[in-house]
Design a protein around this ligand. Structure first.
Ligand code: SPV
Ligand code: MG
Length: 291
């Protein structure tokens, strides 16, 4: 099944579904191997892995290059965190065209202004996009996709920026009418008060996607009860790798030796396996002249 259709089916399925953050070909392959049916190409994680901030410091074509490696390394759908769409409707629709060429299954855009700032930094001070302008962007993206199953998720940042339920609902409804396939309702609270209030009033008008980074103590069964469609585990491969890399760098620096390190890191064989070295060996047998 096409990656676009897989993602669309996940969003519309009756079960709660989950996608896992990845930020490189390697982390994407690891997420797939763990059993995930989809991947979140996180803006925060991709920028952090590139050593820059989550403020559109990496250009959109640099993000596209990372995505190409992620897409090639996996067979499950990727939902790109497309930030604000990297400009106006014209930039956003060109993004869709380029994503489709790389078999990316969908993109999520958020109703903030370019260059964006991460939702958990100075969130209150962040201005929101004009609703009409953002709706035009969604329409332009939906009109541009050549695959009918390509997914556009509209992310509502009203709660994040200090607005209430009314503004969140007004925006979500406008984005639905503009043609979005799903809405992502984001919250920086450590409980689900905002998410629950939204779900109650929303009434299943479109599938809802959430990112429980801050309300991580909520039992996952609660999300199912609320009627959420898709949960994004948004940054945990990146954060796990930061801890692991800090530990091993400092240990090797201090000990000036690998003696106590070897057993705590992946074997070289595991690295080769994840790179599919065997496939190349078999291909060499087939395509190189035998000597
Ligand atoms: C990301 O993973 O980049 C996201 C989710 O957009 S959040 O960091 O919660 O804004
Ligand atoms: Mg992001």
């Amino acid at each position: 099944m096409k990656k676009t259709k897989q993602l669309k089916q996940m969003i519309h399925s009756q079960h709660l579904e989950f996608i896992m953050e990845a930020h490189s070909g390697l982390s994407a392959a690891i997420a797939e191997e763990a059993g995930f049916k989809g991947i979140w190409a996180s803006g925060l994680s991709i920028s952090a892995a590139l050593g820059v901030r989550d403020n559109n410091e990496a250009s959109w074509t640099q993000v596209l290059d990372v995505l190409e490696f992620m897409s090639d390394a996996t067979s499950i759908p990727i939902l790109l965190d497309g930030d604000t769409g990297y400009g106006n409707f014209n930039n956003a629709r060109r993004l869709v065209k380029k994503l489709e060429q790389r078999q990316i299954a969908g993109v999520c855009i958020e109703d903030k202004l370019f260059p964006k700032t991460n939702s958990f930094i100075h969130a209150k001070a962040q201005p929101l996009a004009d609703v009409g302008e953002f709706c035009g962007k969604i329409k332009a993206m939906k009109d541009t996709q050549s695959d009918e199953d390509f997914v556009v998720v509209a992310r509502v940042e009203a709660f994040i920026t200090g607005w209430g339920l009314e503004e969140a609902l007004r925006r979500a409804e406008a984005y639905r009418q503009a043609g979005a396939d799903a809405v992502l309702i984001h919250s920086k609270r450590s409980d689900t008060v905002e998410i629950e209030s939204f779900m109650k009033e929303w009434g299943g008008r479109l599938p809802v996607v959430i990112v429980p980074t801050k309300y991580y103590t909520t039992p996952t069964a609660r999300f199912q009860e609320l009627g959420i469609s898709l949960v994004i585990w948004a940054n945990h491969n990146l954060r796990a790798s930061i801890e692991a890399m800090k530990k091993v760098s400092s240990q090797i620096f201090q000990e000036k030796s690998l003696i106590h390190v070897e057993s705590g890191v992946a074997t070289l064989e595991e690295v080769f396996r994840l790179q599919r070295a065997e496939e190349l060996q078999a291909a060499e047998q087939k395509y190189l002249p035998s000597t």
